[in-house]
Design a protein around this ligand. Structure first.
Ligand SMILES: [Zn+2]
Length: 57
C-alpha cells in the first residue's frame, strides 16, 4: 500500500500514514499530535525520506 505523508497546518508536525487508495479517498486523516484534520499532503520520493530520516543507507 502507498505511503502518504502529511504536515499538520496547526502544529506543523509531519507524519506518514500507510493507506489503501480507497482509504485515502474516504478516510479523514488526523494529525497524531493534536487531532487536527487541516493537513497538507507531502509529496516526496521514497528514497529521500529514508535517507533523510536515518542519515545513512
Ligand atoms: Zn497538529
Amino acid at each position: 500500500m502507498p505511503l502518504y505523508e502529511y504536515v499538520c497546518r496547526k502544529c506543523g508536525k509531519k507524519f506518514a500514514e500507510v493507506l489503501s487508495v480507497d482509504e485515502h479517498e474516504s478516510k479523514k486523516v488526523e494529525g497524531p499530535a493534536c487531532g487536527n484534520r487541516d493537513l497538507d499532503k507531502v509529496i516526496e520520493p521514497f528514497y529521500a525520506r529514508i535517507s533523510s530520516k536515518t542519515g545513512r543507507l
